[in-house]
Design a protein around this ligand. Structure first.
Ligand code: PMP
Length: 418
Protein backbone atom coordinates (compact mmCIF):
# COMPACT_ATOMS: atom_id res chain seq x y z
CA UNK A 1 0.00 0.00 0.00
CA UNK A 2 1.37 3.39 -1.00
CA UNK A 3 0.56 6.49 1.01
CA UNK A 4 0.35 9.81 -0.79
CA UNK A 5 2.34 12.15 1.48
CA UNK A 6 0.81 15.23 -0.12
CA UNK A 7 -2.65 14.38 1.25
CA UNK A 8 -1.86 12.02 4.17
CA UNK A 9 -3.10 12.59 7.73
CA UNK A 10 -1.91 10.93 10.96
CA UNK A 11 -4.76 8.42 10.86
CA UNK A 12 -3.47 6.97 7.58
CA UNK A 13 -0.43 5.64 9.41
CA UNK A 14 -2.25 3.84 12.22
CA UNK A 15 -2.58 0.57 10.39
CA UNK A 16 -0.78 0.29 7.06
CA UNK A 17 -1.76 -3.16 5.91
CA UNK A 18 0.89 -5.73 5.05
CA UNK A 19 3.81 -4.18 6.95
CA UNK A 20 5.34 -5.11 10.28
CA UNK A 21 5.96 -2.62 13.09
CA UNK A 22 9.42 -1.56 11.89
CA UNK A 23 8.28 -1.08 8.29
CA UNK A 24 5.31 1.02 9.41
CA UNK A 25 7.58 3.15 11.58
CA UNK A 26 9.92 3.50 8.59
CA UNK A 27 7.18 4.82 6.32
CA UNK A 28 6.04 7.20 9.02
CA UNK A 29 9.61 8.44 9.52
CA UNK A 30 9.80 9.27 5.80
CA UNK A 31 6.54 11.20 6.14
CA UNK A 32 7.92 13.27 9.04
CA UNK A 33 11.03 14.07 6.98
CA UNK A 34 8.83 15.03 4.04
CA UNK A 35 6.80 17.39 6.26
CA UNK A 36 9.94 18.90 7.77
CA UNK A 37 11.43 19.67 4.36
CA UNK A 38 8.15 21.39 3.49
CA UNK A 39 8.46 23.67 6.49
CA UNK A 40 5.91 21.97 8.80
CA UNK A 41 6.72 21.13 12.40
CA UNK A 42 4.65 18.88 14.66
CA UNK A 43 6.40 19.81 17.84
CA UNK A 44 7.97 23.11 18.77
CA UNK A 45 10.27 23.44 21.75
CA UNK A 46 9.15 26.00 24.33
CA UNK A 47 12.06 27.62 26.15
CA UNK A 48 10.12 29.79 28.60
CA UNK A 49 7.16 27.99 30.22
CA UNK A 50 3.45 28.62 29.68
CA UNK A 51 2.63 32.21 28.92
CA UNK A 52 0.92 34.32 26.30
CA UNK A 53 4.45 35.13 25.10
CA UNK A 54 6.72 32.14 24.59
CA UNK A 55 10.21 31.67 23.27
CA UNK A 56 10.22 28.73 20.88
CA UNK A 57 12.73 26.88 18.73
CA UNK A 58 16.00 24.99 19.06
CA UNK A 59 19.71 25.25 18.25
CA UNK A 60 19.99 29.03 18.42
CA UNK A 61 17.09 29.49 15.99
CA UNK A 62 14.61 30.75 18.51
CA UNK A 63 12.04 33.53 18.61
CA UNK A 64 9.43 35.10 20.86
CA UNK A 65 5.88 34.43 19.72
CA UNK A 66 2.34 35.05 20.93
CA UNK A 67 1.02 31.69 22.03
CA UNK A 68 -2.53 30.35 21.91
CA UNK A 69 -1.60 26.69 22.39
CA UNK A 70 -1.82 26.06 26.12
CA UNK A 71 -4.87 25.53 28.31
CA UNK A 72 -3.38 27.65 31.09
CA UNK A 73 -6.66 29.57 30.98
CA UNK A 74 -6.20 31.61 34.15
CA UNK A 75 -2.39 31.82 34.03
CA UNK A 76 -2.04 29.59 37.11
CA UNK A 77 1.19 27.93 35.90
CA UNK A 78 2.99 31.25 36.46
CA UNK A 79 0.96 32.57 39.38
CA UNK A 80 3.42 33.55 42.17
CA UNK A 81 1.19 32.04 44.90
CA UNK A 82 0.82 28.71 43.08
CA UNK A 83 4.56 28.53 42.41
CA UNK A 84 5.32 29.43 46.00
CA UNK A 85 2.98 26.71 47.31
CA UNK A 86 4.46 24.10 44.96
CA UNK A 87 8.04 25.08 45.91
CA UNK A 88 7.17 24.91 49.59
CA UNK A 89 5.71 21.46 48.96
CA UNK A 90 8.95 20.36 47.29
CA UNK A 91 11.03 21.80 50.15
CA UNK A 92 8.95 19.83 52.64
CA UNK A 93 8.42 16.55 50.76
CA UNK A 94 10.97 16.40 47.93
CA UNK A 95 10.25 15.98 44.24
CA UNK A 96 8.42 12.70 43.82
CA UNK A 97 5.98 10.38 45.57
CA UNK A 98 7.93 7.27 44.51
CA UNK A 99 5.02 4.95 45.30
CA UNK A 100 1.47 4.14 44.34
CA UNK A 101 -1.24 5.49 46.67
CA UNK A 102 -1.99 2.13 48.26
CA UNK A 103 1.61 1.29 49.11
CA UNK A 104 3.01 4.52 50.53
CA UNK A 105 2.40 7.18 47.86
CA UNK A 106 -0.50 8.89 49.62
CA UNK A 107 0.88 12.03 51.34
CA UNK A 108 -0.83 14.64 53.48
CA UNK A 109 -0.99 16.98 50.45
CA UNK A 110 -2.96 14.32 48.55
CA UNK A 111 -5.37 14.15 51.46
CA UNK A 112 -5.67 17.95 51.45
CA UNK A 113 -6.16 17.96 47.69
CA UNK A 114 -9.02 15.45 47.87
CA UNK A 115 -10.74 17.57 50.53
CA UNK A 116 -10.18 20.75 48.51
CA UNK A 117 -11.43 19.49 45.14
CA UNK A 118 -14.42 17.73 46.72
CA UNK A 119 -15.27 20.95 48.63
CA UNK A 120 -14.92 22.96 45.40
CA UNK A 121 -17.89 20.97 44.06
CA UNK A 122 -19.79 21.12 47.36
CA UNK A 123 -18.93 17.52 48.30
CA UNK A 124 -17.07 15.74 51.11
CA UNK A 125 -13.55 14.36 50.89
CA UNK A 126 -14.55 10.72 50.42
CA UNK A 127 -16.43 11.72 47.29
CA UNK A 128 -13.22 12.67 45.46
CA UNK A 129 -10.43 10.53 44.07
CA UNK A 130 -7.40 11.97 42.26
CA UNK A 131 -5.28 10.62 39.41
CA UNK A 132 -1.95 11.57 37.82
CA UNK A 133 -3.67 12.94 34.69
CA UNK A 134 -7.13 13.88 33.50
CA UNK A 135 -6.72 11.27 30.77
CA UNK A 136 -6.32 8.53 33.37
CA UNK A 137 -9.18 9.86 35.49
CA UNK A 138 -11.50 9.24 32.54
CA UNK A 139 -10.06 6.03 31.15
CA UNK A 140 -9.46 4.33 34.51
CA UNK A 141 -12.91 5.21 35.86
CA UNK A 142 -14.68 3.79 32.82
CA UNK A 143 -12.45 0.71 32.74
CA UNK A 144 -13.16 -0.22 36.33
CA UNK A 145 -16.86 0.69 36.47
CA UNK A 146 -18.09 -0.86 33.23
CA UNK A 147 -17.97 -4.54 32.28
CA UNK A 148 -19.06 -6.55 29.31
CA UNK A 149 -22.71 -6.62 30.41
CA UNK A 150 -22.76 -2.79 30.51
CA UNK A 151 -22.80 -0.02 27.95
CA UNK A 152 -21.21 3.42 27.62
CA UNK A 153 -23.35 5.75 25.53
CA UNK A 154 -21.09 8.56 24.42
CA UNK A 155 -21.31 11.79 22.46
CA UNK A 156 -19.10 11.22 19.41
CA UNK A 157 -17.07 14.38 20.21
CA UNK A 158 -15.89 13.27 23.68
CA UNK A 159 -12.20 13.16 24.47
CA UNK A 160 -9.94 10.27 23.36
CA UNK A 161 -9.54 9.19 27.01
CA UNK A 162 -13.26 8.31 27.15
CA UNK A 163 -12.97 6.20 24.01
CA UNK A 164 -9.99 4.41 25.55
CA UNK A 165 -11.93 3.75 28.75
CA UNK A 166 -14.66 1.96 26.77
CA UNK A 167 -12.44 -0.58 25.01
CA UNK A 168 -13.54 -3.46 27.28
CA UNK A 169 -17.24 -2.65 27.40
CA UNK A 170 -20.05 -2.08 24.92
CA UNK A 171 -20.08 1.36 23.38
CA UNK A 172 -22.54 3.31 21.30
CA UNK A 173 -21.89 6.84 20.07
CA UNK A 174 -24.53 9.42 19.27
CA UNK A 175 -24.02 12.39 16.91
CA UNK A 176 -22.72 15.43 18.74
CA UNK A 177 -25.33 17.00 21.08
CA UNK A 178 -28.14 15.13 19.28
CA UNK A 179 -30.83 14.48 21.92
CA UNK A 180 -33.12 12.42 19.65
CA UNK A 181 -30.31 10.03 18.80
CA UNK A 182 -29.35 9.76 22.47
CA UNK A 183 -32.95 9.01 23.45
CA UNK A 184 -33.19 6.35 20.76
CA UNK A 185 -30.09 4.57 22.08
CA UNK A 186 -31.29 4.85 25.69
CA UNK A 187 -34.69 3.44 24.75
CA UNK A 188 -33.30 0.50 22.79
CA UNK A 189 -30.62 -0.29 25.40
CA UNK A 190 -32.96 -0.32 28.37
CA UNK A 191 -33.53 -4.06 28.63
CA UNK A 192 -30.37 -5.17 26.90
CA UNK A 193 -27.66 -3.85 29.23
CA UNK A 194 -27.08 -3.92 32.98
CA UNK A 195 -25.49 -0.49 33.59
CA UNK A 196 -26.10 2.31 31.09
CA UNK A 197 -23.64 5.17 31.51
CA UNK A 198 -24.00 8.25 29.31
CA UNK A 199 -20.68 10.09 28.93
CA UNK A 200 -20.41 13.66 27.69
CA UNK A 201 -18.01 16.59 27.94
CA UNK A 202 -19.20 19.85 29.53
CA UNK A 203 -17.20 21.90 27.02
CA UNK A 204 -16.06 20.12 23.85
CA UNK A 205 -12.34 20.42 23.30
CA UNK A 206 -12.22 21.13 19.58
CA UNK A 207 -15.27 23.37 19.05
CA UNK A 208 -15.43 24.98 22.50
CA UNK A 209 -19.21 24.50 22.50
CA UNK A 210 -21.13 23.10 25.47
CA UNK A 211 -23.46 20.15 26.09
CA UNK A 212 -27.20 20.64 26.76
CA UNK A 213 -26.66 19.21 30.25
CA UNK A 214 -30.15 19.78 31.67
CA UNK A 215 -31.87 18.02 28.76
CA UNK A 216 -29.37 15.15 28.81
CA UNK A 217 -29.79 14.77 32.57
CA UNK A 218 -33.59 14.49 32.15
CA UNK A 219 -33.23 11.80 29.48
CA UNK A 220 -30.73 9.88 31.58
CA UNK A 221 -33.10 9.82 34.55
CA UNK A 222 -36.09 8.90 32.37
CA UNK A 223 -34.32 5.75 31.15
CA UNK A 224 -32.65 4.75 34.46
CA UNK A 225 -29.17 5.43 33.24
CA UNK A 226 -26.20 7.25 34.85
CA UNK A 227 -24.43 10.40 33.68
CA UNK A 228 -20.69 11.12 33.63
CA UNK A 229 -19.46 14.59 32.62
CA UNK A 230 -15.86 15.52 31.82
CA UNK A 231 -15.68 19.29 32.30
CA UNK A 232 -11.97 19.95 31.93
CA UNK A 233 -12.50 23.01 29.70
CA UNK A 234 -15.43 24.41 31.69
CA UNK A 235 -14.19 24.43 35.28
CA UNK A 236 -12.69 27.77 36.31
CA UNK A 237 -14.25 29.47 33.30
CA UNK A 238 -18.01 28.96 33.17
CA UNK A 239 -20.63 29.14 35.92
CA UNK A 240 -21.26 31.99 38.30
CA UNK A 241 -18.51 30.90 40.69
CA UNK A 242 -16.33 29.11 38.12
CA UNK A 243 -17.55 25.58 38.88
CA UNK A 244 -18.13 25.04 35.18
CA UNK A 245 -20.94 23.89 32.92
CA UNK A 246 -22.57 21.76 35.62
CA UNK A 247 -22.91 24.80 37.87
CA UNK A 248 -24.47 26.65 34.93
CA UNK A 249 -27.00 23.83 34.61
CA UNK A 250 -27.73 23.97 38.38
CA UNK A 251 -26.88 20.25 38.76
CA UNK A 252 -23.68 20.19 40.83
CA UNK A 253 -25.22 17.89 43.44
CA UNK A 254 -27.01 15.67 40.90
CA UNK A 255 -24.48 14.43 38.34
CA UNK A 256 -23.40 10.84 39.04
CA UNK A 257 -19.75 11.23 38.01
CA UNK A 258 -17.82 14.45 37.35
CA UNK A 259 -14.28 14.18 35.98
CA UNK A 260 -11.66 16.84 35.41
CA UNK A 261 -8.03 17.78 35.17
CA UNK A 262 -5.52 19.81 37.14
CA UNK A 263 -3.52 20.52 33.96
CA UNK A 264 -5.61 23.37 32.55
CA UNK A 265 -7.35 25.95 34.77
CA UNK A 266 -5.43 24.70 37.83
CA UNK A 267 -2.03 25.05 36.14
CA UNK A 268 -0.38 21.80 37.30
CA UNK A 269 -0.94 18.15 36.37
CA UNK A 270 -3.37 15.50 37.58
CA UNK A 271 -6.99 14.46 37.31
CA UNK A 272 -9.98 13.95 39.57
CA UNK A 273 -13.25 12.09 39.83
CA UNK A 274 -16.17 13.30 41.95
CA UNK A 275 -18.95 10.82 42.67
CA UNK A 276 -20.89 9.02 45.41
CA UNK A 277 -18.45 7.81 48.10
CA UNK A 278 -19.20 4.16 47.32
CA UNK A 279 -18.17 4.70 43.71
CA UNK A 280 -15.06 6.71 44.58
CA UNK A 281 -13.93 4.11 47.09
CA UNK A 282 -14.47 1.38 44.53
CA UNK A 283 -12.34 3.34 42.06
CA UNK A 284 -9.75 4.22 44.74
CA UNK A 285 -9.10 0.63 45.79
CA UNK A 286 -9.91 -1.30 42.61
CA UNK A 287 -8.67 0.74 39.67
CA UNK A 288 -5.45 -0.68 38.21
CA UNK A 289 -4.10 2.84 37.71
CA UNK A 290 -4.52 3.53 41.47
CA UNK A 291 -3.02 0.21 42.47
CA UNK A 292 -0.07 0.04 40.07
CA UNK A 293 0.91 3.64 39.27
CA UNK A 294 2.60 6.35 41.40
CA UNK A 295 0.74 9.43 42.64
CA UNK A 296 1.45 13.01 41.56
CA UNK A 297 4.43 14.57 43.39
CA UNK A 298 3.23 15.96 46.74
CA UNK A 299 4.65 19.39 45.81
CA UNK A 300 2.43 19.42 42.74
CA UNK A 301 -0.56 18.57 44.94
CA UNK A 302 0.37 21.54 47.17
CA UNK A 303 0.43 23.84 44.12
CA UNK A 304 -3.00 22.60 42.98
CA UNK A 305 -4.49 23.19 46.43
CA UNK A 306 -3.47 26.87 46.16
CA UNK A 307 -4.74 27.14 42.57
CA UNK A 308 -8.16 25.85 43.65
CA UNK A 309 -8.30 28.53 46.38
CA UNK A 310 -7.44 31.22 43.84
CA UNK A 311 -10.58 30.54 41.78
CA UNK A 312 -12.54 32.11 44.66
CA UNK A 313 -9.85 34.49 45.92
CA UNK A 314 -9.08 36.10 42.54
CA UNK A 315 -12.26 36.19 40.42
CA UNK A 316 -10.72 39.05 38.41
CA UNK A 317 -8.70 36.40 36.52
CA UNK A 318 -11.94 34.94 35.15
CA UNK A 319 -13.23 38.43 34.33
CA UNK A 320 -10.06 39.23 32.37
CA UNK A 321 -10.27 35.93 30.50
CA UNK A 322 -13.83 36.68 29.41
CA UNK A 323 -12.90 40.23 28.30
CA UNK A 324 -10.21 38.68 26.10
CA UNK A 325 -12.54 36.02 24.71
CA UNK A 326 -15.19 38.59 23.74
CA UNK A 327 -12.71 41.06 22.26
CA UNK A 328 -10.95 38.42 20.16
CA UNK A 329 -14.07 36.64 18.98
CA UNK A 330 -15.65 39.94 17.93
CA UNK A 331 -12.48 40.72 15.97
CA UNK A 332 -12.58 37.35 14.17
CA UNK A 333 -16.30 37.81 13.43
CA UNK A 334 -15.59 41.26 11.95
CA UNK A 335 -13.09 39.62 9.57
CA UNK A 336 -15.78 37.16 8.45
CA UNK A 337 -13.95 34.19 9.96
CA UNK A 338 -16.04 31.24 11.14
CA UNK A 339 -15.73 30.42 14.84
CA UNK A 340 -18.67 28.02 15.07
CA UNK A 341 -20.61 27.59 18.30
CA UNK A 342 -17.89 28.21 20.86
CA UNK A 343 -18.87 29.68 24.21
CA UNK A 344 -15.66 29.02 26.10
CA UNK A 345 -11.94 29.83 26.00
CA UNK A 346 -11.43 27.34 23.14
CA UNK A 347 -11.71 29.38 19.94
CA UNK A 348 -11.59 27.58 16.58
CA UNK A 349 -11.19 29.35 13.25
CA UNK A 350 -12.82 26.89 10.91
CA UNK A 351 -11.18 26.44 7.54
CA UNK A 352 -12.23 23.00 6.30
CA UNK A 353 -9.43 21.88 4.02
CA UNK A 354 -6.61 20.22 6.07
CA UNK A 355 -3.69 21.40 3.94
CA UNK A 356 -4.94 25.01 3.80
CA UNK A 357 -5.30 24.83 7.57
CA UNK A 358 -1.69 23.72 7.91
CA UNK A 359 -0.61 26.54 5.62
CA UNK A 360 -2.53 29.06 7.74
CA UNK A 361 -0.84 27.66 10.87
CA UNK A 362 2.56 28.08 9.24
CA UNK A 363 1.80 31.62 8.01
CA UNK A 364 0.61 32.61 11.48
CA UNK A 365 3.82 31.24 12.96
CA UNK A 366 5.87 33.20 10.42
CA UNK A 367 4.00 36.27 11.70
CA UNK A 368 4.86 35.38 15.32
CA UNK A 369 1.58 33.72 16.32
CA UNK A 370 1.60 30.13 17.59
CA UNK A 371 -1.67 28.18 17.16
CA UNK A 372 -2.68 24.55 16.66
CA UNK A 373 -3.84 23.42 13.22
CA UNK A 374 -6.29 20.59 13.99
CA UNK A 375 -7.38 17.99 11.49
CA UNK A 376 -8.67 14.45 11.08
CA UNK A 377 -8.85 12.27 13.17
CA UNK A 378 -9.26 14.88 15.94
CA UNK A 379 -12.10 16.40 13.86
CA UNK A 380 -14.01 15.31 10.73
CA UNK A 381 -12.00 15.20 7.48
CA UNK A 382 -13.43 18.41 5.99
CA UNK A 383 -13.64 20.29 9.28
CA UNK A 384 -10.01 21.24 9.87
CA UNK A 385 -9.44 24.38 11.85
CA UNK A 386 -6.94 26.59 13.62
CA UNK A 387 -7.58 25.99 17.31
CA UNK A 388 -6.70 28.66 19.83
CA UNK A 389 -6.99 28.77 23.60
CA UNK A 390 -7.47 32.17 25.19
CA UNK A 391 -5.95 32.97 28.57
CA UNK A 392 -6.25 35.73 31.16
CA UNK A 393 -2.60 36.59 30.51
CA UNK A 394 -3.10 37.74 26.90
CA UNK A 395 -2.97 41.50 26.44
CA UNK A 396 -4.95 43.57 23.94
CA UNK A 397 -1.85 44.17 21.82
CA UNK A 398 -1.36 40.38 21.45
CA UNK A 399 -4.93 40.00 20.27
CA UNK A 400 -4.67 42.93 17.83
CA UNK A 401 -1.45 41.59 16.36
CA UNK A 402 -3.09 38.17 15.86
CA UNK A 403 -6.19 39.69 14.27
CA UNK A 404 -3.95 41.65 11.87
CA UNK A 405 -2.15 38.44 10.93
CA UNK A 406 -5.48 36.73 10.19
CA UNK A 407 -6.56 39.70 8.08
CA UNK A 408 -3.42 39.49 5.93
CA UNK A 409 -3.64 35.72 5.57
CA UNK A 410 -7.27 35.97 4.56
CA UNK A 411 -6.31 38.35 1.76
CA UNK A 412 -3.98 35.67 0.38
CA UNK A 413 -5.89 32.44 1.11
CA UNK A 414 -9.54 33.61 1.29
CA UNK A 415 -10.41 31.64 4.39
CA UNK A 416 -13.35 33.85 5.48
CA UNK A 417 -16.69 32.05 5.29
CA UNK A 418 -19.05 34.96 5.94
N1 PMP B 1 -10.68 15.57 28.65
C1 PMP B 1 -10.63 16.55 27.72
C2 PMP B 1 -11.93 17.03 27.14
C3 PMP B 1 -9.40 17.11 27.32
O1 PMP B 1 -9.37 18.08 26.41
C4 PMP B 1 -8.20 16.63 27.92
C5 PMP B 1 -6.85 17.24 27.58
N2 PMP B 1 -6.55 17.31 26.26
C6 PMP B 1 -8.30 15.59 28.85
C7 PMP B 1 -9.54 15.09 29.21
C8 PMP B 1 -7.06 14.99 29.46
O2 PMP B 1 -6.54 15.80 30.45
P1 PMP B 1 -4.99 15.70 30.88
O3 PMP B 1 -4.22 16.56 29.94
O4 PMP B 1 -4.96 16.15 32.27
O5 PMP B 1 -4.58 14.27 30.74
Amino acid sequence: MKIDFTTATFKDFENIEGFDMMQRADIYYDFLEYMKTNGHRYRLQNNTGCSSIMNIGENNVTKDIISFVTSDYLGMTQHPKVKEAAMRGIEEFGTGSAATPLIGGYYSYHNELETKIAGFFGRRQEEAVTFTTGYTANSATLQILLQKEDIAIIDMAVHASVYEGCILTNRKTFPHNNLDALEHILKTSEQQFRTKLVVIDGVYSQDGDTAPIEEIYKLVKKYNAYLMIDDVHGVGILGQTGRGTIEEAGLLDKIDIITGTFSKTFGNIGGYVIADKKLTNFIRFQSRQQIFSATTPPGTAAGIVKAIDLIDEEPHLRTKLWENIHYFKNGLDALGLETGTTRSAVIPVKIGEPRTTMDVGKMLLDRGVYTNPIMYPAVARKDARIRMSMTATHEKEHLDKTLNAFEDINKKLHIAKK
